[in-house]
Design a protein around this ligand. Structure first.
Ligand SMILES: Nc1ncnc2c1ncn2[C@@H]1O[C@H](COP(=O)(O)OP(=O)(O)OP(=O)(O)O)[C@@H](O)[C@H]1O
Ligand SMILES: [Mg+2]
Length: 460
């Protein structure tokens, strides 16, 4: 099979790889996902395996060997009694036999009139003693016998059928049986329970700082307050927490810097604009100055909007907000602006968000819809993970390839369509800004109503 060599190898390699991936997938599926159960599993599994092996080896080797040896000793004694029975004089109640057996061998012996042996009893569940003793007696005593190791709590009963009698022998159970070996197992199980308890308590304390860090990062991502979070726990976890706090501080500083800079620029420009206006006022009226004045006004409007945008998040705190109410308010506003609007909300309406901000975000989408369409539908849904508010309209929509572009500040598609009617082109940029500050996003798509579908999605 020389020619199939390399491809055969490849085939086997492929199988192995496939089996490996399958195994990894299966393993991933069946093992618990949390860090806590996983760490517990890492501690418990070796412990259980170790103990099972130790217990097995112990039972197999030590326990059964000792039991066998003890059984051998007892059966030797019994065979001695059988031999004695043969040679001692048979007086009325066999007192010599009984006293020798009791004094020297600690066996209680009786001689019964001949009778058939009882049928063999049921094998005890824990039958090391039973089988060892049967074997040992069978090897040493040639007569038929019957044993009962479970009938009495601390005695073993053996009956031996002699030619002219039945010998009844009681041996103490613990003479034939390594009885206190269970203590060893008890100790083992007991100590492992202690170990497990310690592990559970200890691990919980180790896992909690990681959970806290995850919570803090999640809250920060959703734009919520990160309250009294301090680095805790093991060194690595504390390092991650410190790094997170550092990062949070840097991001906050950057936002602050951006806001200050933009505000500064806008302010300076506003000063110049005011000067411009003043100078324009001194010019004689005419068509040229009219146009100039209009431009300056427009510029000022843009600047005001920009300032508002730059000011951005005015430090609003996230609080429980009734989104159903927010949506209803927006619907009323839309109606007031002359559109036919409908609103609905599904799911628990109380959500922890920056209510005013989110209202502004959705409001911008509704304003756009009202500006471009006649009918508007606002739909809110909330499940365990997301709050989604969708604004549908029956207007012209936005072509697919422009849907990213329109988020750019000051970009207006309808510049050419109707100059005066439009806004400053900041609405979508602001909406996206707010959604992202909540850890969410604004998405544009085709609406089943024929126009644009704009949806805000934020994690709850
Ligand atoms: N529902 C819509 N239907 C059609 N076009 C839209 C819709 N929403 C937005 N647009 C287009 O996207 C552009 C950008 O929208 P954006 O909200 O950012 O600015 P704007 O509405 O022009 O101004 P502002 O919102 O600041 O008053 C709009 O000029 C418009 O051309
Ligand atoms: Mg707008």
């Amino acid at each position: 099979m020389a020619e199939s060599g390399p491809s055969g190898f490849r085939l086997v390699g492929g199988w192995l790889k496939e089996a490996n991936t399958r195994f990894a997938a299966w393993f991933n599926r069946v093992t618990p996902k949390g860090l806590y159960p996983r760490s517990l599993l890492i501690i418990v599994t070796p412990m259980v395996i170790l103990q099972s092996v130790v217990a097995f080896v112990f039972m197999e080797r030590h326990y059964s060997t000792v039991t066998r040896r003890l059984s051998a000793a007892v059966s030797q004694d019994i065979s001695a009694v059988v031999a004695l029975y043969g040679v001692l004089p048979r007086d009325k109640d066999f007192s010599a036999l009984r006293s020798i057996a009791w004094r020297n061998l600690r066996l209680k012996v009786d001689v019964l009139p001949p009778a058939p042996l009882p049928p063999p009893g049921p094998k005890p569940f824990f039958s090391v003693l039973d089988s060892a003793l049967s074997r040992e007696i069978g090897a040493r005593v040639k007569e038929p016998f019957w044993i009962d190791t479970v009938g009495r709590s601390n005695l073993i009963e053996v009956r031996i059928k002699m030619e002219d009698a039945v010998l009844l022998v009681f041996a103490p159970r613990n003479a034939a049986y390594a009885s206190n070996s269970h203590i060893f197992l008890l100790w083992m199980v007991g100590t492992s329970l202690v170990l497990l308890t310690v592990a559970i308590l200890f691990l919980r304390n180790q896992i909690r700082p990681i959970e806290n860090l995850a919570d803090a990062a999640e809250a920060f991502g959703k734009g919520r307050d990160v309250e009294n979070f301090r680095p805790r726990g093991a060194r690595e976890v504390r390092r991650a927490a410190v790094a997170f706090l550092e990062m949070k501080r840097r991001i906050e500083r950057q936002i602050e810097q951006r806001t200050t800079m933009l505000a500064g620029v806008s302010h300076d420009m506003r000063t110049i604009l005011t000067r411009f206006k003043l100078e324009l006022a001194f010019l004689p009226d005419g068509a040229d100055t009219e146009a100039l004045k209009k431009d300056v006004d427009e510029l000022q409007g843009m600047l005001e909007a920009y300032l508002a945008f730059a000011r951005g998040d005015p430090g609003e705190q996230a609080a429980l907000t009734d989104m159903g109410q927010v949506i209803e308010d927006l619907r009323l506003n839309a109606e007031r602006d002359g559109a036919t609007a409908e609103a609905s909300f599904m799911g628990p309406p109380l959500v922890e968000v920056k209510g005013d901000q989110l209202k502004r975000c959705i409001g911008n989408l509704v304003n756009n819809a009202v500006r471009h369409a006649r009918r508007v539908a606002i739909t809110g849904t909330r499940d365990a993970r997301w709050l989604i508010v969708t604004v549908d309209d029956d207007g012209p929509g936005i072509p697919e390839e422009k849907r990213e572009e329109v988020f750019r500040p000051f970009l207006r598609l309808d510049d050419a369509r109707n100059q005066d009617d439009g806004g400053s082109g900041l609405g979508l940029a602001i909406a996206r800004d707010i959604a992202r500050a909540h850890g969410g996003e604004v998405l544009l798509a085709d609406s089943p109503m024929g126009g644009l579908r704009a949806s805000v999605r934020v994690p709850v």
